[in-house]
Write a protein that binds this ligand. Structure first.
Ligand code: NDP
Length: 456
C-alpha cells in the first residue's frame, strides 16, 4: 500500500478513537458530539501529513474544555416569586488569546449546547486572524414575556457570579441568542459596579455611548453576506437580481437582510421561533425591525399590514420557498436533510450559515454533493466576533473608529477568511470544500500555538 494511503488510514483510526473518547466522556451531549465529529473528520489529511499533532496529543487536548463553570442564578420575578436558573461559562481554549464568545439566554441552553458553541468558537476566532481564544456561556433563562425589570434583575444576578471568571485579559463575553444591546448594557453596569472600575474591554457588543464599536451590531449579518458574495464572485455570480430566504428575525438575520438588499437582492422570507413570513414583493425590513426590535412581538403580525404577504406556523417550511441564496440565521440544526434536498430541488445556488451549526451533517452532505456553494458557520458568521476583537482594540487604545473604517476592516477580514479557507481546502486535497478548508485553517493556528506553549 502506498505510504500516503496508509497514513490516511492511520489518521482515520486515530481520529475515530479520539471521537469515541469524546462520546464516552460526554454522553447525551448530541450537539457537542456533532460539532466535534464535523471538525475531527475534516482533519484527516492534516493528521496524515503532520504526525506532530498526534505526538503532542493535540486532538485529545483540543476537544476537552480548559474549564466549564456552572452556577446558580437566583432572581425574584415581578410577582415576588423566587426563580432559579442555571448559568454556564465554558472557557474552551486560550492558546491564541483570552477566551472570547457570546452569552445565550434560551430555555434550550445546557452543557451540550454551550460546549458545542465554545468548541466551534475556538476555530472561528482563529480564522478571523485576531488574537482571541474560544469561549461561550449563557443560561436556560427565557427572556420572552419577561418585563424589563425582570430582565435587569436576572442579568444582574447572572453577572454577580460570572464576574468572578471574566476580565478584559481573561475572558470577554458578548451577545448571542436572547442577549442583545439591552442585556449587554445591564451586564456591563453590574460588572462595573462589582469591580468599581470602567473596564470597557470586559464585554463586547456594548452601546456606543459607553465603549461599543460602530458596526458591531451589523457585523455578523453583513459579514455573512460579504462571505457569500466572495463565494458567488468566484463563480461569476452575485446578489444582484437574486431571490434570498433568510431564517430568523434577530440580530444576525436583520442585518443579513439589510446587506443582501443593499447588494441588489430581493429577500422574500424571514421567520421567528413560531413561524415564517413570505412576502414575494420583498420583505419590508423596517416593519420587521419595528415588530422584533422595538415592540418585541411575533413575526406573524407582519401580515396584518402587508396584504401581499403570507404567514405559516412552524420553522422548517421556510426552506420550501424557492430561492437562489439561503441564509439560515436563526439557530442550530434548522436545515435537516429533507430541507436541504428541497432547497437543492428548487435550485438554490449558495448557502451561507449566519447561525451556528444551522445545517445538520446530513444537510451539509446534500449541499456539497449537489455542488451548492456552501459557507460554513465558523467562516461565514465570523464577522461578529471579528468586530468584537476590533471593539477590544478600540477599548484598549481608547479610540472610537468611524463606521466606514470598521465596516471596511470587516469586509477585508471576511475576504481573507474566504481566501484562507479556499487555500487550505486546496492544499489538503478537497478543492472547493469550505467546510474542510475553514476547519483546517482554523485548527492549524490553534494547534501550533498549543505546541509552542507546551503541554498545558
Ligand atoms: P437573536 O436572539 O437576536 O435572534 C434569534 C432569532 O432566531 C429570532 O428570530 C428567534 O425567534 C429565532 N430562533 C431562536 N431560537 C429558535 C428556534 N429554536 N427555532 C427557530 N427560530 C429560533 O439571536 P442572534 O441573531 O444573535 O443569533 C442567531 C444565530 O446566529 C445563533 O445561532 C447565534 O449563535 C449565531 N451567531 C450570532 C452572532 C451575533 O453576533 N449575534 C455571532 C455569530 C453567530 P424569536 O424571536 O421567536 O425568539
Amino acid at each position: 500500500m502506498a505510504v500516503a494511503a496508509e497514513q490516511e488510514i492511520q489518521a482515520r483510526e486515530y481520529i475515530q478513537a479520539v471521537f469515541e473518547t469524546v462520546q464516552r466522556r460526554n454522553p447525551n451531549e448530541s450537539e457537542f458530539q456533532q460539532a466535534v465529529k464535523e471538525i475531527l473528520e475534516s482533519l484527516v489529511p492534516v493528521l496524515a501529513k503532520h504526525p506532530k499533532y498526534r505526538e503532542q496529543g493535540i486532538l485529545e487536548r483540543i476537544v476537552e474544555p480548559e474549564r466549564l463553570v456552572t452556577f446558580r442564578v437566583p432572581w425574584v420575578d415581578d410577582q415576588g416569586i423566587v426563580r432559579v436558573n442555571r448559568g454556564f461559562r465554558v472557557q474552551f481554549n486560550s492558546a491564541i488569546g483570552p477566551y472570547k464568545g457570546g452569552l445565550r439566554f434560551h430555555p434550550s441552553v445546557n452543557a451540550s449546547i454551550i460546549k458545542f458553541l465554545g468548541f466551534e468558537q475556538t476555530f472561528k476566532n482563529s480564522l478571523t486572524g485576531q488574537p482571541i481564544g474560544g469561549g461561550k456561556g449563557g443560561s436556560d433563562f427565557d427572556p420572552k414575556d419577561k418585563s424589563d425589570r425582570e430582565i435587569m434583575r436576572f442579568t444582574q444576578s447572572f453577572m454577580t457570579e460570572l464576574s468572578k471568571y471574566i476580565g478584559p485579559d481573561t475572558d470577554i463575553p458578548a451577545g448571542d441568542i436572547g442577549v442583545g444591546g439591552r442585556e449587554i448594557g445591564y451586564l456591563f453596569g453590574q460588572y462595573k459596579r462589582i469591580r468599581g472600575a470602567h473596564e470597557a474591554g470586559v464585554l463586547t457588543g456594548k452601546g456606543t455611548l459607553y465603549g461599543g464599536s460602530l458596526a458591531r451590531t451589523e457585523a455578523t449579518g453583513y459579514g455573512c453576506v460579504y462571505f457569500v458574495d466572495e463565494m458567488l464572485a468566484a463563480k461569476g455570480l452575485g446578489f444582484e437580481g437574486s431571490t434570498v430566504v433568510v431564517s430568523g428575525s434577530g440580530n444576525v438575520a436583520i442585518y443579513a437582510v439589510e446587506k443582501a438588499a443593499q447588494l441588489g437582492a430581493k429577500v422574500v422570507a424571514c421567520s421567528d421561533s413560531n413561524g415564517y413570513i413570505h412576502d414575494p414583493n420583498g420583505i419590508d425590513l423596517a416593519a420587521v425591525r419595528r415588530l422584533k426590535e422595538q415592540e418585541r412581538k411575533r413575526i406573524a403580525e407582519y401580515v396584518l399590514d402587508h396584504p401581499g404577504a403570507t404567514y405559516q406556523e412552524g420553522c422548517s417550511g421556510i426552506w420550501s420557498i424557492p430561492c437562489d441564496i439561503a441564509l439560515p440565521c436563526a439557530t442550530q440544526n434548522e436545515i435537516d436533510e429533507d430541507a436541504a434536498k428541497l432547497l437543492v430541488k428548487n435550485g438554490v445556488k449558495a448557502v451561507g450559515e449566519g447561525a451556528n451549526m444551522p445545517s445538520t451533517l446530513q444537510a451539509i452532505e446534500v449541499f456539497l454533493q449537489a455542488g451548492v456553494l456552501f459557507g460554513p458557520a465558523k467562516a461565514a458568521n465570523a464577522g461578529g466576533v471579528a468586530v468584537s476583537a476590533l471593539e477590544m482594540a478600540q477599548n484598549s487604545t481608547r479610540q472610537a473608529w468611524e463606521f466606514e473604517e470598521v465596516d471596511a476592516r470587516l469586509h477585508g477580514i471576511m475576504r481573507s477568511i474566504y481566501q484562507n479557507s479556499v487555500q487550505a481546502a486546496e492544499e489538503y486535497g478537497h478543492p472547493g470544500n469550505l467546510v474542510v478548508g475553514a476547519n483546517i485553517a482554523g485548527f492549524l493556528k490553534v494547534a501550533d500555538a498549543m505546541i509552542a506553549q507546551g503541554v498545558v
